[in-house]
Design a protein around this ligand. Structure first.
Ligand code: GDP
Ligand code: MG
Length: 201
């Protein structure tokens, strides 16, 4: 079994976050937690690559469509369609436009509970309802009301893997094995070693 400190997650800094000059702020938030950056690059993805990313999980279209219908109902609004797949097709079209509009930064972060902790720091999908203190809650104003009215993707600055199994599919979609660097940072001793040895002479 792998040690929990080996857990990895994928983060994409989306084009709007780069335009907002938030690269440093975003990296800082994951870094200061104690997570280790093991892969980093800037790319302009193709629409095919973005579609591939969102459809790595074959159930994504259905689940996201159903989630969106439920979110309209909870706001007492009629969903744009009763067909989850039709709804996701529209979301996907807009996501492709959004993510190919400029450069993005792809990162792999490693550390104990990396997937869960990165999601906690990142916040919920919709910035408007994302808690204060999260990246999506602190740095952007967007909402489903606005993005739906303009038929565009919700501008939420970041993608972060939603589960360990999602991360395991997403990381190889964006990185070759040789682009991920196995190395040690000295603070790992303080985070993970059983004994706090070597501090005092
Ligand atoms: P994330 O993991 O928090 O980014 O959210 P999901 O994986 O559930 O969805 C991926 C992307 O689909 C989000 O970043 C949104 O752009 C879009 N999306 C998801 N749910 C909804 C929704 O209910 N309404 C709209 N308009 N877009 C959505
Ligand atoms: Mg997701």
């Amino acid at each position: 079994m792998k040690h929990p400190k080996e857990e990895r997650t994928l983060v994409l800094i989306k084009p709007d976050a780069i335009q907002r000059a938030l690269i440093g702020e975003i990296v800082r938030r994951y870094e200061r937690l104690g997570l280790k950056l093991i892969g980093l690059k800037m790319v302009v993805p193709t629409a095919e690559h973005v579609e591939g990313h969102y459809t790595l999980d074959p159930s994504w279209r259905k689940v996201t469509g159903e989630k969106t219908i439920a979110s309209y109902r909870s706001r007492n609004l009629p969903p744009p369609s009763e067909d989850p797949l039709e709804i996701t097709a529209k979301i996907l079209k807009n996501l492709k436009k959004y993510l190919t509009s400029g450069p993005i930064i792809c990162m792999v972060w490693q550390g104990a509970h990396a997937v869960e902790l990165v999601r906690k720091i990142t916040g919920g999908t919709e910035p408007r309802t994302s808690p204060v203190g999260t990246i999506r809650g602190d740095f952007v104003v967007d909402s489903y009301v606005m993005s739906d009215a303009d038929d565009r993707a919700v501008r939420n600055l970041i993608h972060a893997s939603g589960s360990i199994s999602e991360a395991e599919m997403e990381i190889p979609h964006w990185f070759e094995k040789k682009e991920l660097i196995d190395y040690k940072v000295t603070h790992e001793d303080i985070l993970y070693e059983k004994e706090l040895r070597g501090i005092l002479p």
